[in-house]
Design a protein around this ligand. Structure first.
Ligand code: NAP
Length: 260
């Protein structure tokens, strides 16, 4: 899986085609969508029109909470594929554990079936806490390839990252820019000024150096292009220490234990 990809949360279906087309032209090869986003068709149109072959792309989608359960997840997977116009996904995730529903184990069983049947290349989870992961380890054979979680300089998730790593799970950061809430932080803007890059580039480069998979979203062509231009500079140990100091364990999104 590419370490750097493109997210499309809150992008309306009609706009998703332009945004993903711009992203693919800029060099992104990994696209993160979800049934919830209601833009899989728009993403699919961009993929179909890109001229890229399927094996050059890495496409992720997610099963939504109300579709959890064995049969309903299998149906949701087919519906996502049909909207995307694809024959398989590279990665299919359980969007939230929704512990009160108590259906994520059955949902995982469906993902294992898709994997065993060769219908998806990898399966994973999103917003899973250690207790949810532990239940999967206890009851199932396949360990999630990825845990996609809210992660940015104000919510660095060190313990969950360590837990993921200890079990061979790659951590993927959603809201890597904290939905732009960290972009006026004085520590980050000072580093950006010194290096002659944008604050968003500093934050995304920090993710890469920490080892996170990262999927920034933008519908602004200049930002889409800049957000992938991260390989001409490096953050120093001192920069990394300063950014480590910005952690406030503060979420912008919901607490996964209470989403249903
Ligand atoms: N699994 C989950 O539960 C979950 C939840 C949320 C998100 N996600 C995934 O993670 C992806 C990224 O998260 P996100 O979309 O919530 O937030 P994000 O990527 O942290 O931030 C997106 C916001 O930042 C702005 N932005 C992007 N690049 C910028 C730049 N260079 N300079 C200034 N502003 C910039 C965008 O504005 P413009 O678009 O106006 O340019 C947009 O408002 C999503 O798209 C989705 O694929 C997953």
């Amino acid at each position: 899986m590419p370490q750097l990809g493109f997210g499309v949360f809150q992008v309306p279906d009609a706009q998703a085609t332009d945004a993903v087309t711009t992203a693919l032209q800029a060099g992104y090869r990994s696209i993160d969508t979800a049934a919830l986003y209601r833009n899989e068709s728009g993403v699919g149109r961009a993929i179909a029109g890109s001229g890229l072959s399927r094996d050059e792309l890495f496409v992720t989608s997610k099963v939504w909470n109300s579709d959890q359960g064995y049969d309903s997840t299998l149906r949701a997977y087919d519906a996502s594929l049909s909207r995307l116009g694809l024959e398989f996904l590279d990665l299919y995730l359980i969007h939230w554990p929704t512990p009160e529903r108590d259906l994520y184990p059955e949902t995982w069983r469906a993902l294992e079936k898709l994997l065993a049947d060769g219908r998806v290349r990898a399966i994973g989870v999103s917003n899973f806490q250690p207790a949810h992961l532990q239940r999967l380890f206890d009851e199932f054979d396949v360990v999630p390839a990825v845990n996609q979680i809210e992660l940015h300089p104000r919510l660095q998730q060190s313990q969950l990252r360590e837990f993921d790593a200890a079990h061979g799970i790659a951590t993927e950061a959603w809201a890597p820019l904290a939905q732009s809430a960290v972009l006026d932080d004085p520590v980050l803007t000072a580093i950006a000024q010194r290096l002659g890059v944008t604050t968003a580039q500093v934050v995304l480069r920090w993710h890469l150096q920490v080892g996170n998979i990262v999927i920034p979203k933008s519908v602004t062509p200049a930002r889409i292009v800049a957000n992938i231009d991260l390989f001409g500079f490096e953050l120093s140990d001192d920069d990394m220490k300063q950014i480590a100091g910005l952690d406030q364990s503060r979420r912008i999104g919901a607490d996964p234990d209470y989403v249903n």
